[in-house]
Ligand binder design. Sequence first.
Ligand code: HEC
Length: 164
Amino acid sequence: MGTSPRTIPHSRGSIIGSHFYDYHYQFFHVKEVLVNTPSSKALINKDQKISSWRIFLLSTATVVLLILFWRIGDLKQDPFITETLSIKGEALSGSKLFKINCVGCHGISAQGFVGPDLHEATQEMSDKKIINQVIRGLTPPMPSFEIEPQSMADLLAYMHSLNQ
Ligand code: HEC
């Protein structure tokens, strides 16, 4: 009877003590395992590799998207331009159209007047750009022209003939 009041608090104390010990042991032990074993190091490195791989993928995707937005106008080409480019133009009828519509500014033989000399135009500009120049009126004072695809193709053929 005399031992039980001593043994119970003692055993309680030791139970608490062993919990405390276990907690500390596990805590440091687990920490040790995480930091020091080669497999856990490999895990950490793998994680870092994955995140830099993700960054690489994200930046690639961003660049691709930017290029897509930048080229979107080229991707869905104006049907007028598509049709004009599919027609083979006649330089002679193109020169007639040029004399009616363009010589007032570009000169009787396209040598340049208010507007620039057009002899090198087909060398310096794509056909598509020239078509846009004629139908869009983006650079005043040059007006925009309402023109049939056939006539536009003829004008292009004439301008190509200036370059030969
Ligand atoms: C009212 C005057 C005017 C008329 C009419 C005109 N142009 Fe122009 N054109 C200009 C001017 C000014 C420019 C230069 C615009 C600029 O600042 O880029 C130009 C530029 C151009 C260019 C680009 C040349 C280059 O080197 O940048 C082309 C191609 C062209 N014109 C074709 C034509 C054709 C084809 C016609 C007739 C269907 C025509 N233009 C009628 C004034 C005119």
